[in-house]
Write a protein that binds this ligand. Sequence first.
Ligand SMILES: Nc1nc2c(ncn2[C@@H]2O[C@H](COP(=O)(O)OP(=O)(O)O)[C@@H](O)[C@H]2O)c(=O)[nH]1
Ligand SMILES: [Mg+2]
Length: 337
Amino acid sequence: MAQTVEELLAGLERGERRALARLLTLVEDGSPERLREVIGAIYPRTGKARVIGITGSPGVGKSTLTNSIAAALRRVDRTVAILAVDPSSPFSGGALLGDRVRMQSHHADPGVFIRSMASRGHLGGLSFATPQAVLVLDAAGFDDVIVETVGVGQSEVEIAATADTTVVALAPGMGDGIQAAKAGILEVADVFVINKADASGAGKLESELRGMLEMGHAVEDVASGAGRDGTDGPAGWWPPIVRTVAVREEGIDEVVEAFGTHADWLAETGRGEQRRRDRALHLIREIALEQIRLRFARLDHGDDPVLDKLAQQVAVRDLDPYAAADELLDALEGGEA
Ligand SMILES: Nc1nc2c(ncn2[C@@H]2O[C@H](COP(=O)(O)OP(=O)(O)O)[C@@H](O)[C@H]2O)c(=O)[nH]1
Ligand SMILES: [Mg+2]
């Protein structure tokens, strides 16, 4: 049963889960034209949800943590959408094992919505789809949208570009806790969670992390002459470190409290405004890039006269490849290619 975008949007407004699920599928692999229509229609109603990103290596307990956080947020009457993003998986549709378990613990609760998303459909992959899925969940009226992403390569930077508050989860005995931190995770964390605090090595991991944070701040604060609390320095926010045992819901209230403290800080310092602009910038760029990718993909398929002619000129050395690329971009802009 094919539904029009209009029908789906009306369903979304009535709070229908099926409409929401179908809209998310459209974000994942729908036609660019329909997606444009969806985002155009919902955009004015977005910007209300608090977006929390949770990232970290596989196995640190992100899904368990997300589940416990959702439960804690429900206790204070906030509605929660969870978007589990897995850049390493080509599958989708909510079938990840951990998510099945989660669904069981929240399935009777209409205040929790859980969805998995994997890379498929769009050329820009998850960096294109994720921020738009967040918009759809925001428009659906959830108070909090939690995006869980495996921390691999670019993804933690991407998540930070989409979230108001980014949680970096670490766990002792993972071997790569601090190595991961070295690979750019320190900069994106607004809150650190040391999960599996029931396992040995949590204290050691925490002091290592503290050492690294202080070193990072020390350099910036000395350079700026800011006080040791960092609040006036370029570092600005000292990410709190919270120890949790996610399987037993221990430390979770402190994590939720840290979200509130961070939200207050964002509001007071104007950094929240800055983040919203950064997020808009990221979104515009991803959409523009997708359009460029689509045009090129169409070129690759057909025998495009402009590209053919340029290829011939480059092959016989009438034109260098950079000049040809410039001409191609001009032609794309002018809609000729
Ligand atoms: N001992 C202990 N195990 C945990 C804790 N949190 C999660 N786990 C377990 O760690 C494993 C990985 O958890 P999961 O949430 O799937 O990690 P993810 O890959 O980061 O999403 C599961 O077997 C969990 O039950 C914790 O606080 N303590
Ligand atoms: Mg997980």
